[in-house]
Design a protein around this ligand. Sequence first.
Ligand SMILES: NC(=O)c1ccc[n+]([C@@H]2O[C@H](COP(=O)([O-])OP(=O)(O)OC[C@H]3O[C@@H](n4cnc5c(N)ncnc54)[C@H](O)[C@@H]3O)[C@@H](O)[C@H]2O)c1
Length: 253
Amino acid sequence: MNAVVTGGASGIGAAVAARIVAQGGNVLVADLREPASGLPYVRTDVTDPAQVQAAFDEAEQRFGSVDRAVLSAGLATTMGRTPETVDLEVWQTLLGVNVGGIIHGVRAATPAIRRAGGGGIVALASLAGLTPAVGDPLYSTTKFAVVGLVRTLGPQLAGEGITINAVCPGFVDTPMVDPLREAFSANGFPLIPVATVVDTILGALDPSGGSGECWLIQPGHAPAPYRFRGVPGAVAGGDAALPVPPAATEVTV
Ligand SMILES: NC(=O)c1ccc[n+]([C@@H]2O[C@H](COP(=O)([O-])OP(=O)(O)OC[C@H]3O[C@@H](n4cnc5c(N)ncnc54)[C@H](O)[C@@H]3O)[C@@H](O)[C@H]2O)c1
């Protein structure tokens, strides 16, 4: 397994990178910060498509091929803000990292994995991409976008032997939750162990598994693909024989 892990210098990304290497795989970390792990690293701002491409190129050169991508770079910087109150620069950066970073990651990963003969991509979305994140509508917006991308691309890429899935955890025990850590602890709210998220990511990266799935992880529940409710297909003038454009019909994953 030869992987690129964006956001691999901290939290979930660092833990996934360590696990892949422990299992005998290769990892290149693409992050703004150098990882303490000492793993191969290309300084990468995921908001810049050229830098993301350069990281995948470097990994392909080093390892011979790239067959896995974990897109974990992310920010949570708009807590308590709304479209009215957010500093627009903060919003643009959040959008650039949480959505742009995933698009650029998929754009670079897909042809590399195709050249490798198949593989898997996992994008870090969030519980906030499946249900409203009360108090952080902007973060929620970015994570719903990731869920939309993965669900739409999943069936398309699966035909080429490339799977793409999202992982959607509630609050995970990483530096990202530090601002809320005391409140969680005071209220006895359980954080999800990083190892649980890593287990789920590795399962979702397996190209023999599903594609377009959004793995929900919540304390006290076994991680599982979220079951979306179906959206009714279009009905044209009561003539059941008329074709319905597939895009208008819910694909249940
Ligand atoms: N921790 C949680 O509770 C939680 C819950 C659900 C989803 N997530 C998502 O999981 C992912 C990983 O979160 P985490 O908890 O490991 O956070 P973290 O803060 O520990 O790590 C995020 C990493 O992303 C990197 N990063 C930030 N901006 C970047 C940029 N422009 N270019 C490259 N790298 C950049 C950081 O340097 C850092 O190493 C994020 O997408 C986050 O939204 C986290």
